[in-house]
Ligand binder design. Structure first.
Ligand code: SF4
Ligand code: FES
Length: 385
């Protein structure tokens, strides 16, 4: 369905995936399994143009993300360009490869906010989950530097079977680090998390204990830190309004310039994505076949098509419907009204203790890990041009 000016909303947020390079190997990374390499990445000038076009389109906030955005040598210039375009800039970082001096340069360039993910409250477990020795210590160091710079800090605690019983300690850690907000984000099963699903899936008892822990933590830390948490998909009765509805409020630019309605959209076969190399952002937002594929409600099947909640949750997540049912138009099976809802309980029951499949570029983890670690060391040593 082609959007008309009366049905088309303005996007508010832009996720700028500056690079897929990252020193960490988190087994739940939301990046696609087929990662884009360094040589395909957009240059500084193109990102600057994209930010100007985004602001003109109505975007208010840009999330500078990756991979690890600090792997880009021009991150300071990119941040300055986003700020000059009038966008609120949020840096989403693993904290590895971003020393305090470079953070200071980013703050100078106009960075508004920093979000750091943590893998656990205990160093050994955190480093094992991240697939990077020393990641825990670097995250703590960068968090301290963020607070020292006077920048607001959000801690993103990604929880799953290995760490969900330490939610209390992770929130206490976020408070101690000086964060004003902590997001308790259950793993979403896209990208690298799909092959790791059985190793990451929490038990129903853990999910219930986590729910109770969040209630107690909100009580204990009231007025000190904002705690965001939602029920994990596989244990929910209704789906989330994924990305606020397809093509309604946000867009995602990949390192090579493809514009997606959500970070996992490339997992749906047959969608045609346009690139900022060939089209303006406004043209893509209005006319790109991928953006128009699931706009509105005409594409919906029953039970969504006649459900009163279809304007609230938009039938849930298209990528999840495709990943689990092979049909991107189906009702997200997270919804208890879906005829396929029982599948989630089956999948949640498949738990296995086995080594993680770590995220990697290319397919040669050992080789890539050492290259990335060297890149990260170069960056920390000041090789940022
Ligand atoms: Fe949402 Fe569809 Fe479920 Fe209704 S049937 S609650 S619109 S997912
Ligand atoms: Fe693609 Fe939810 S992740 S619609």
């Amino acid at each position: 369905m082609e959007a008309t000016s009366s049905t088309l909303l303005r996007p508010l947020g832009l996720l700028a995936e500056l690079t897929h390079r990252c020193p960490l190997g988190c087994p739940y990374c939301s990046n696609p399994v087929a990662l884009e390499g360094r040589t395909e990445e957009l240059d500084t000038a193109t990102w600057s143009r994209v930010f100007v076009e985004a602001a003109a389109l109505g975007v208010l906030q840009v999330h500078l993300s990756g991979g690890e955005p600090a792997a880009r040598r021009d991150l300071v210039e990119i941040t300055a360009a986003a700020r000059q375009a009038g966008l609120y800039t949020n840096l989403i970082t693993s904290a590895v490869g971003l020393p305090a001096e470079r953070l200071a340069a980013l703050a100078q360039a106009g960075l508004d906010h920093v979000q750091i993910s943590i893998q656990d409250s205990e160093a050994k477990s955190a480093d094992r989950i991240a697939g990077y020795e020393g990641a825990f210590a670097r995250k703590r160091a960068l968090a301290a530097a963020v607070v020292q710079q006077g920048l607001p800090l959000t801690v993103n605690a990604v929880v799953h079977r290995a760490n969900i019983d330490r939610i209390d300690a992770m929130v206490d850690q976020a408070v101690a680090l000086g964060a004003s907000r902590v997001e308790i984000a259950h793993v979403q099963y896209y990208g690298w998390a799909i092959p790791n699903r059985a190793m990451l899936m929490p038990t129903p008892e853990q999910v219930e204990r986590a729910r109770e822990a969040v209630v107690a933590l909100r009580d204990r830390h009231q007025g000190i830190i904002v705690i965001d948490a939602v029920v994990p998909d596989y244990y929910a009765r209704y789906p989330k309004p994924c990305v606020g509805g397809w093509g309604r409020r946000s867009l995602n630019v990949t390192p090579s310039g493809k514009v997606l309605p959500c970070h996992a959209a490339e997992s749906i076969p047959g969608l045609e994505f346009w690139s900022v190399r060939a089209h303006s952002l406004a043209d893509i937002w209005r006319h790109s076949p991928a953006f128009n594929a699931f706009r509105g409600t005409d594409w919906m099947q029953e039970p969504c098509a006649s459900c009163p909640r279809r304007f609230e949750d938009f039938g849930g997540c298209r990528c999840q419907a495709f990943a689990l049912l092979g049909d991107a138009r189906a009702t997200d099976p997270v919804c208890h009204l879906s005829p396929n809802h029982g599948l989630l309980a089956e999948l949640a029951g498949e738990r296995r203790d086995a080594p993680y499949v770590y995220r990697r570029l290319g397919g040669k983890r050992a080789a890539n890990a050492s290259i990335l670690e060297k890149e990260s060391a170069d960056t920390e040593a000041g090789d940022t041009t």
